[in-house]
Design a protein around this ligand. Structure first.
Ligand code: SF4
Ligand code: SF4
Length: 169
């Protein structure tokens, strides 16, 4: 496969364009690799499990109120720069539609009207809990959530490395 270069330091629009190019050129081949298909399914299951746990703990509701009623969302402009083309490609393989423009000036490029647009998120986005949350939620509950999140982050790491290996063959 002839792969164009991508760099973490490129602007997000260029990294999205790179991911879309790879998806169009190689998406079908990647989705024929059983190892990748299994890892994508594992990642989706891990994401669903962490999100269920977040909803059960009440964190989803706290964040919704913070974002929509208190103006305190933590998804600020610039956080999109943590994402590389590979992570964006994984989102395309999971059926996510990546944005063409930033929806709110001071917010992350990847934030939509109803929250984050991504399914596969950077470990910083997976793990982040502000003090407002850690002050309210019981530490044991947070530990249970951390276990689910580490499953999500580990699966994502393995998938990330496997996709690179396949595409660089
Ligand atoms: S993590 Fe904290 S700052 Fe971020 S949206 Fe939730 S409550 Fe608000
Ligand atoms: S959770 Fe999503 S919207 Fe928020 S900073 Fe991370 S990528 Fe951006």
């Amino acid at each position: 496969m002839i792969l164009k270069q991508t760099s973490l330091s490129n602007p997000i629009e260029e990294k999205i364009a790179w991911a879309q190019h790879c998806y169009q050129e190689f998406g079908d081949d990647l989705l024929k690799e059983k190892r990748l298909v299994d890892l994508l399914a594992d990642l989706k299951a891990a994401v669903d499990a962490s999100r269920r746990e977040m909803a059960l703990t009440g964190i989803v509701e706290i964040c919704r109120r913070c974002d929509q009623e208190e103006g305190g969302s933590c998804c600020g402009a610039g956080l999109e720069n943590r994402y590389d083309g590979w992570l964006l490609l994984i989102n395309l393989l999971l059926g996510v539609k990546l944005p063409k423009t930033r929806q709110q000036t001071n917010s992350c490029f990847l934030l939509g009207k109803n929250g984050c647009l991504l399914m596969a998120r950077h470990v910083i986005c997976i793990n982040y809990l502000c003090k407002k949350i850690t002050d309210i939620i019981d530490p044991h509950t947070i530990m249970d959530l951390r276990e689910k999140e580490s499953e999500e982050a580990n699966t994502l790491f393995v998938l990330h490395e496997n996709i690179k290996t396949v595409l660089r063959k």
